[in-house]
Ligand binder design. Structure first.
Ligand code: FES
Length: 106
């Protein structure tokens, strides 16, 4: 599945990811800057924060409880479309996903 990561400066990294990868792990493996993934995908560091483009919000779904708390407390600019990249597991229906990266991670 293809994912596009749009940096705060507007640069776009398009990555070919595997189903089962997460938005965080696919970014790290492909050298996308702007996602850190410090906790390794354990839903505890919030350094994989992304903003999901509106047209994909339904397909991506809403954050779980722990994730939502982390977003509220831990990211620099929480929005309704905020998700933690490690908690978005890629499936075929997410092909073409576009996420925006915040200017800073915690
Ligand atoms: Fe730490 Fe996502 S990688 S919360």
């Amino acid at each position: 599945v293809k994912i596009s990561y749009v940096s705060a400066e507007g640069a776009i990294d398009v990555v070919d990811a595997e189903v089962g990868d997460s938005v965080m792990s696919a970014a790290l493996r492909n050298g996308v800057s702007g996602i850190i993934g410090e906790c390794g995908g354990n839903n505890s560091c919030a350094t994989c924060h992304v903003w999901v483009r509106e047209e994909f919000l339904d397909a991506v779904g809403t954050p779980g409880e722990i994730e939502a708390d982390l977003i509220d407390m831990g990211v620099s600019e929480p929005r309704d479309c905020s998700r933690l990249g490690c908690q978005i597991v890629l499936e075929d229906k997410l092909d073409g996903l576009v996420v925006d990266l915040p200017p800073t991670q915690p």
